[in-house]
Design a protein around this ligand. Structure first.
Ligand SMILES: NC(=O)c1ccc[n+]([C@@H]2O[C@H](COP(=O)([O-])OP(=O)(O)OC[C@H]3O[C@@H](n4cnc5c(N)ncnc54)[C@H](OP(=O)(O)O)[C@@H]3O)[C@@H](O)[C@H]2O)c1
Length: 346
């Protein structure tokens, strides 16, 4: 087989605020690969099918001297995120040709991994969409499940507010909370998203761009818990509407990921003291590790997904040459549901 272009999406420069395509994220079509001949040295050659432009990708586009829970990307190397690939060739017993694998995948059309690659072969016995393994059944779904169980510990009848509620994590939080008998108020940024939130059973859906969120929360009643996916002014409004001894689960702060040094300063900090709130940030990987794996998630959420009892929207971007735009779309809120980059069909 003749060599083919191996398109890569390179982390070229550290953005101070919003990443710019062509400056911080650069498409590189200069390398090629012969899928049949490329040496594997005992490893595997995989072809990228799907990539997941998670908001956390932005957090790794930073100076490596700034500490965080995940390492900074290396300048000049491909960006990486969770993804699904197919094994084209294997020289290891751990994977075989034709396996679909999920794991951290460099943003390149093709990648060579060593024998003990941290990839998981997917056993898709129920023939679910492969994209579910980076969404509903992957990291975002697990974030919702473990965050709700371990951080919020939501109970029947409790009042929960969820922001970024129509997205990958938020929409699963909403539906699991409803299954546990909670009363849910949820916010999102378009009328289309609000219609979806009503479809998945929220008791009150608020378009925070056109409605008065504070007023809506006041009408709903004091909150036992707030699931924060956005931070910024939304967090301030939520703090003002918490019940004494309520729980604020800081899942994400997407409204400030591109604010650089001009971070929004939360004003209602005093509510944490006066209402004796528990405010807890968390990262899904820590919760999964503490649980010794995702068995509980698979046991409870797996059947719900197979039976179609959890609704999940996906937002597709075609082509690795549009991966950077897909990431920016998530950060701007242009995605409606889990954003998925379709790199190849097979
Ligand atoms: N802690 C963890 O382990 C963990 C794991 C996964 C994700 N997260 C975090 O959870 C949040 C949601 O992630 P996701 O993957 O599910 O993404 P998502 O909700 O599918 O997409 C992001 C959404 O955030 C909203 N948004 C963007 N900018 C905003 C702003 N300035 N103010 C308010 N909302 C804004 C947009 O929806 P609207 O139209 O509603 O504005 C956008 O569609 C992110 O903050 C992410 O970093 C945390």
């Amino acid at each position: 087989m003749a060599p083919v272009t191996n398109t890569k999406v390179i982390f070229k420069a550290i953005p101070k605020d919003w990443p710019v395509i062509g400056e911080h994220i650069v498409y590189d079509t200069s390398s090629s690969i012969d899928p049949e001949e490329h040496p594997l040295d005992g490893g595997i050659l995989i072809k990228t099918l799907l990539l997941s432009p998670d908001p956390s990708v932005r957090g790794r586009m930073r100076d490596p001297s700034v500490k965080s829970y995940a390492p900074a990307f290396t300048l000049g190397e491909p960006i990486e995120s969770r993804g699904v690939s197919v094994v084209l060739r294997s020289e290891t017993e751990h994977f075989k040709e034709g396996d679909y694998v999920v794991g951290m995948i460099p943003w390149a059309s093709y990648n060579v991994f060593p024998s003990h690659a941290k990839l998981i072969a997917i056993n898709n016995e129920n023939r679910l969409p492969w994209s579910y393994y980076i969404g509903l059944l992957g990291m975002p779904g697990q974030t919702a499940y473990y965050g709700l169980n371990k951080i919020v510990n939501i109970k029947e009848g409790e009042k929960l507010f969820v922001s970024a509620a129509s997205g990958a994590v938020g929409s699963v939080v909403v539906q699991l909370a409803k299954l546990r008998g909670a009363q849910v108020i949820a916010s999102a940024g378009s009328d289309e998203k609000i219609a979806f939130l009503k479809e998945i059973g929220v008791d009150r859906a608020v378009n925070y761009k056109t409605e008065d969120l504070d007023q809506a929360l006041k009408e709903f009643g004091e909150l036992d818990a707030y699931w924060d996916g956005v931070g910024g002014p939304t967090l301030d409004i939520a703090l003002a509407n918490m019940k004494d001894f309520g729980v604020v689960a800081i899942c994400g702060l997407i409204s400030s990921y591109n604010d650089g040094e001009n971070q929004y300063g939360v004003k209602n900090i005093s509510a944490i003291l006066t209402k004796r709130l528990r405010v807890q940030g968390f990262i899904v990987g820590d919760l999964v590790e503490a649980e010794g794996g995702t068995h509980a998630f698979q046991e409870e959420v797996g059947p719900l997904v197979v039976e179609g009892k959890i609704k999940f929207k996906e937002h597709y971007t075609k082509g690795i040459e549009n991966a950077g735009e897909a990431l920016l779309g998530v950060l701007k809120g242009d995605n409606f549901g889990k954003s998925v980059i379709i790199v190849a069909d097979k």
